[in-house]
Design a binder for this molecule. Structure first.
Ligand code: NAP
Length: 199
């Protein structure tokens, strides 16, 4: 982790995303916080900069809009921000019988939790890998992507609550990246994170 590198957390204004942001800040990780509610993001960024001594930037964006992943990647480039950890978290669950659910809401979920996730990951991953290779050579990749956002057509959200989507794109174990770490501004604990995503 270099001084200029940042973890990008989507959906950081509340819930699990906010929790991830706090946990990463506790590990002295600089942050880019993304969601629609810029007021909440700015408040969190200010708090984490003050208590953890990290840098935190905010980007207010509707990630369900077409091309949002690409636009976010462009904005990061314009700001010269290097991402070394991507937390694809922004999302929601709509529960109930398929035909009684709003079609617009289902399509929004697919945009946010599939299209944007794929687009953003596709745009960011090459530079993340290249930066890692440059710094560390040919060894195993570190834990680069945490995946919580997901649209699973087999299971409406009420049934999906047991599914914690902490998938990895590159690293054998999440625990190595999420070992308990305690600092003056908080704690990050792998077991606690898993517990929270099992709600
Ligand atoms: N909680 C669970 O039991 C559970 C279990 C498995 C997986 N998950 C997944 O984990 C993720 C977080 O869940 P949560 O319970 O923490 O949700 P949450 O409390 O409702 O928070 C969702 C976050 O996503 C952001 N978001 C929603 N729509 C957005 C959009 N169009 N553009 C940008 N940001 C958007 C929200 O911010 P704004 O409203 O400010 O935009 C908020 O920060 C979701 O992807 C969820 O599907 C949750």
């Amino acid at each position: 982790m270099t001084e200029r590198s940042y973890a990008l957390v989507t959906g950081a204004s509340r819930g699990l995303g906010k929790y991830f942001a706090r946990a990463l800040a506790a590990r002295q990780q600089n942050l880019v916080l993304v969601a629609r509610d810029n007021e909440r993001l700015a408040k969190l960024a200010g708090e984490l900069e003050k208590t953890c001594g990290i840098r935190a930037q905010t980007l207010a964006l509707d990630l369900a809009s077409p091309g949002a992943g690409g636009r976010l990647a462009e904005q990061l480039k314009e700001r010269g921000l290097k991402i070394d950890l991507l937390v694809n978290n922004a999302g929601f669950g709509d529960s109930g019988e398929f035909l009684k659910l709003s079609l617009a809401r289902q399509l929004e979920m697919i945009s946010l939790q599939n299209a944007t996730v794929v687009e953003l990951t596709y745009k960011l991953l090459p530079a993340m890998i290249a930066d890692w290779r440059k710094a560390w050579g040919q060894g195993d990749f570190p834990f680069m992507i945490v995946q919580l956002a997901n649209y699973d057509p087999r299971s409406p959200a009420d049934k999906a609550k047991s599914a914690a989507h902490l998938r990895r794109f590159s690293m054998p174990s999440m625990t190595s990246a999420w070992r308990t770490s305690r600092t003056r501004c908080g704690s990050a604990n792998a077991a606690e994170l898993r517990q929270r995503t099992k709600r």
